[in-house]
Design a protein around this ligand. Sequence first.
Ligand SMILES: Cc1cc2nc3c(=O)[nH]c(=O)nc-3n(C[C@H](O)[C@H](O)[C@H](O)COP(=O)(O)OP(=O)(O)OC[C@H]3O[C@@H](n4cnc5c(N)ncnc54)[C@H](O)[C@@H]3O)c2cc1C
Length: 391
Amino acid sequence: MRKILKVDLENQQVVVQPGVINNWVTQAVSGAGFYYAPDPSSQIVCSIGGNVAENSGGVHCLKYGVTTNHVLGLKLVLPDGSIVDIGGEIPEMPGYDLTGVFVGSEGTLGIATEVTLRILKAPESICVLLADFSSIEAAGESVSDIISAGIIPGGMEIMDNISINAVEDVVATGCYPRDAAAILLIEIDGLEVEVATNKQRIADICKQNGARNITTAHDPETRMKIWKGRKAAFAAAGHLSPDYYVQDGVIPRTQMAYVLKEIEGLSEKYGYRIANVFHAGDGNLHPLILYDNSVKGALEKVEELGGEILRLCVKVGGSLSGEHGIGADKKCFMPDMFSEVDLETMQWVRQVFNPKGLANPGKMFPTPKTCGEAARAKVETFKKLEGAEVF
Ligand SMILES: Cc1cc2nc3c(=O)[nH]c(=O)nc-3n(C[C@H](O)[C@H](O)[C@H](O)COP(=O)(O)OP(=O)(O)OC[C@H]3O[C@@H](n4cnc5c(N)ncnc54)[C@H](O)[C@@H]3O)c2cc1C
């Protein structure tokens, strides 16, 4: 299901099948000056169906919103075989926001077979600013200060020293200073005058936080080179160790400096190096725990460390996932974030679409087999719901 079914530039919409790759959408409309805003770093391989299921984010989601803000309508096949249309082509539909319920449901409600997406007009001017810092905390403080100053850049990403060097070894952008503790990449977009003003204000804030150097790029080639390094960071980390484990958690931006310091402490405590490369503007962390899976017991230790990071995110008022979803991997942590009533309510929603649990069974919700005794009490409640009548 890899076809773009309709391009409607006048109404700024495209209709696609779910197997369409994310960046094919922008490629299909860029000639006319449009683009599709949600841009996961995996955008050259990930599908719109997967993006809808995970409510994917990306560099541009700080300013423009995540997938759910760009899905206008869906054609679904429900687990009983019925085909339904939810949402639609007009921006305001009366009734429940079922499109919002489906986006991010991780395939547990049914299968999307057609997706109507909103596309945006490309901005008049774009500039990428690269600031380098001698501490990652200072880069984090800059992010928080920029947003507090009322500036919402197109994107704000942080890479730490380990990621910078991994990228320079593999992609060789030539743009990232290897001796920096962290770099902050900021895309500023909008009207030319707005970009010029915000560029200056952002540079001033970075300098106040101790930025060593600030460079800016307006021309498309240099901008592309700078972003190519960031987008390739996960792949480049594959060259640092035989294996790595990606964690995905969200924190309030104001907690960034504290949480990054804590992660550094956890790295020392467990004896594993952790590379940090993340959507800083959204407070969406991606610690990459570097390890060797051939060492007996290493994976268990790494999973424990990953769990500590997740609990830390929840403790400071954050979340278990920014964009990679809960899936099977994190379902045991759901009770750390949600009350019994929250989880029951989510199960009721699943029951309405998927009463027999056929669609993506075993995802998102804790089960005793995988989560042990701690989740058993919650599961007893869910079991009662499984047998409940669906209205
Ligand atoms: C290197 C790398 C970088 C990444 N960067 C980002 C990032 O910046 N932002 C981000 O959000 N994510 C990121 N991800 C995670 C991932 O790419 C995204 O979550 C992506 O949206 C998943 O799409 P996919 O096509 O790979 O989906 P899959 O992995 O194939 O599927 C994901 C889930 O969606 C369900 N699903 C798939 N299609 C449908 C459908 N049609 N209807 C219902 N359910 C469906 C599947 O059952 C599965 O549960 C990254 C991953 C990698 C490997």
